[in-house]
Design a protein around this ligand. Structure first.
Ligand SMILES: Cc1cc2nc3c(=O)[nH]c(=O)nc-3n(C[C@H](O)[C@H](O)[C@H](O)COP(=O)(O)O)c2cc1C
Length: 339
């Protein structure tokens, strides 16, 4: 048996554990924590292809204030990482992908280059779907194929795609879509085992993920409802998938990666102590402040801090105090008070 679960281009993954793209969550500080705890591959928050293209054409002053560029930044300590783009027009998608790979987009400060370009064909949010983007592409498989062909032609790194199993229960199309994307040049497909209509409700269709795995020659990554090592092993066993992508299970519990690695290696897992949880949370908040500035970093960090104390004695009251805390020092006091 190979020493590696699978590879995307030259990136070999030993356990095949990946942190999913999470808009508003999987920023660099969170990715860094997950990577330290066993995530071998991360994906950026989704980036609008059109915004990247328009910003490039706008004046330099606008580029300075770019909201898009920080989302696409690849940090040298955070590789391999894929950048995820969303959009529905093959030309914009191709142009954006090329800029992300050669670093020519407005406001690029990346020290490193992405390992892959990932294409979002699963986002269920109304604003995205009504533009024909994200999971709307499950309703137009030929267009999905044209997007992948255009992006593959524009870049020399692997192109991966994240899909849902269909738009709704009457339109399950995972196998048909995955076949088309593979033929179009995709290097791997991640399947979130739900339809767009299901949003994030419980109940992931492992049979559809297994059917995609059976139908394709490229690696297939299973995604959906992995909250424990048992869930991870179950997903692998039932679907035969090559890799696992974890989203909500890691929010507030990045140790899930370490737990899964331990289970895969047949080792016992020692859960983090409360001190470790609190110190990890505080470290992440401090890094968010340093990278995003006090105002934005502090506002964005509060929800993450609240997730870290889920299930801890006194968490309900502490969560209220966290949300109204006026300063990072006060957040630290509230968190440390739980120890
Ligand atoms: C807050 C949040 C943000 C998300 N952002 C993205 C995104 O930017 N791109 C994407 O492809 N999926 C996104 N997703 C979907 C997840 O990557 C994942 O497919 C989904 O949550 C199912 O996995 P899970 O059951 O492990 O959470 C997001 C999900 C959540 C909860």
């Amino acid at each position: 048996m190979s020493e590696f679960a699978f590879a995307i281009g030259d990136v070999k993954l030993r356990h095949g554990l990946m942190l999913a793209p999470l808009a508003g969550v999987s920023d660099h500080p969170f990715r860094a924590v997950c990577r330290r705890l066993g995530a071998e591959y991360t994906v950026s928050e989704m980036v609008s292809a059109k915004s990247l293209c328009y910003e490039k054409k706008s004046r330099a002053a606008v580029a300075e204030r770019s909201k898009t560029a920080p989302l696409a930044e690849v940090h040298a300590d955070d590789v391999p990482m894929a950048i995820q783009i969303f959009g529905s027009e093959p030309e914009f998608m191709a142009e954006a992908a090329a800029m992300l790979v050669d670093g020519s987009y407005a406001g690029c400060r990346s020290a490193a280059r992405p390992a892959a370009i990932d294409i979002n064909m699963g986002c269920p949010v109304h604003k995205i779907v009504s533009n024909g983007e994200g999971s709307a592409l499950t309703r137009d498989i030929p267009l999905a194929g044209r997007i992948v062909r255009a992006v593959c032609a524009a870049v020399s790194i692997p192109v991966t795609v994240k899909i849902r199993i269909g738009f709704d229960a009457d339109h399950i199309c995972a196998v048909e879509m995955a076949r088309e994307l593979e033929a179009a040049g995709a290097a791997a497909i991640c399947v979130h085992g739900r339809t767009r209509e299901q949003m994030y409700r419980p109940g992931v269709d492992l049979e559809q993920i297994a059917a995609v795995k059976d139908a394709l020659h490229i690696p297939v990554i299973g995604n959906g409802d992995i909250y424990s090592a048992e869930d991870a092993l179950h997903m692998k066993r039932e679907t035969g998938c090559d890799g696992l992508m974890i989203a909500r299970g890691a929010m507030g519990n990045p140790w899930l990666f370490a737990e899964i690695v331990a289970a895969m290696e047949g080792r016992a897992f020692a859960p983090p102590t409360l001190e470790e949880r609190i110190e990890t949370a505080i470290g992440q908040m401090r890094q968010m402040l340093a990278e995003k500035g006090e105002r934005v970093g502090f506002a964005e960090s509060k929800k993450q801090m609240a997730w870290y104390i889920h299930g801890v004695k006194g968490a309900a009251e502490a969560r209220g105090r966290l949300m109204t805390a006026p300063t990072p020092d006060e957040v630290e006091r509230v968190l440390r008070g739980l120890i």
